[in-house]
Design a protein around this ligand. Structure first.
Ligand code: CA
Length: 233
């Protein structure tokens, strides 16, 4: 193993889950350090400077949400939350305090690795090169500077708000954004709880860019959480 392989900090108290993740990550070339408690997680994050953190929310000595908040004060590594089914509000709170994505148990290896690659790519972009001025995701093309949007050969006319909504999701392609994050970014912090604003504009955006707006292929709903633009490829 070389030092070039990304180092992942796995924070999980369930032995079986750790075994599954160890096998899954090892076979995809990730190095791994493991913590079973919030306290160990904090120590290892400090001593090992991981590239990415996989974090179970229910830990024996604390709460993954508090841990996320504390890590975010100094640690830039993407945090992917691993949550139990039904813990919707915890997952949303974790995203709002700085987690980058979440996976609901049980999940498959392919899903996990895809989410990790998206998070690592976004972290690399945030740390270095300028954001791209255009983006192609499947049939969707967005030119951020010119405010142009095409789906296949078709030009799409968007209102300024619809464009900002699409551009926000496109710049974060593959990453989930919560209702609160979208509202804060586009309408401002005073509107953070007005989820219906997002719903109304999302419906209109889908009508314009999706082939079948009722069965969106690009602008995906994350039930109870927010929205995600499908990642390229
Ligand atoms: Ca647990």
């Amino acid at each position: 193993m070389s030092d070039e392989e990304p180092l992942v900090l796995l924070v999980e108290d369930e032995v079986q889950m750790r075994r599954f993740l160890r096998a899954a990550l090892g076979s995809h070339g990730f190095r791994l350090v493991e913590a079973a408690t919030a306290r160990e997680a904090m120590q290892l994050a400090t001593s090992h400077n991981p590239s990415l953190i996989l974090l179970d929310l229910g830990l024996p000595d604390g709460d993954g949400i508090d841990l996320t908040r504390e890590l975010r004060e100094w640690c830039k590594a993407p945090i992917i939350v691993i949550s139990a089914r039904g813990a919707e509000q915890d997952k949303v709170t974790a995203l709002d305090v700085g987690a980058d994505d979440y996976l609901t148990k049980p999940f498959g290896t392919n899903e996990l690795i895809a989410r990790m690659r998206v998070s690592l790519r976004h972290a690399a972009q945030a740390g270095g090169t300028a954001a791209p001025s255009t983006l192609q995701v499947g049939e969707l093309f967005v030119d951020f500077a010119r405010h142009e949007v095409r789906v296949g050969d078709r030009d799409v006319k968007l209102t300024p708000t619809e464009f900002r909504l699409l551009a926000l999701l496109a710049r974060n392609a593959g990453k989930v954004l919560t209702h609160r994050q979208i509202l804060t970014e586009i309408w401002g912090p005073a509107y953070a709880s007005q989820s219906h604003y997002v719903r109304v504009h999302m419906a209109e955006l889908r009508r314009k860019v999706e082939r079948e707006p009722a069965r969106p292929q690009m602008l995906l709903t994350e039930a109870g959480v927010g929205y995600r633009l499908r990642d390229r490829g």
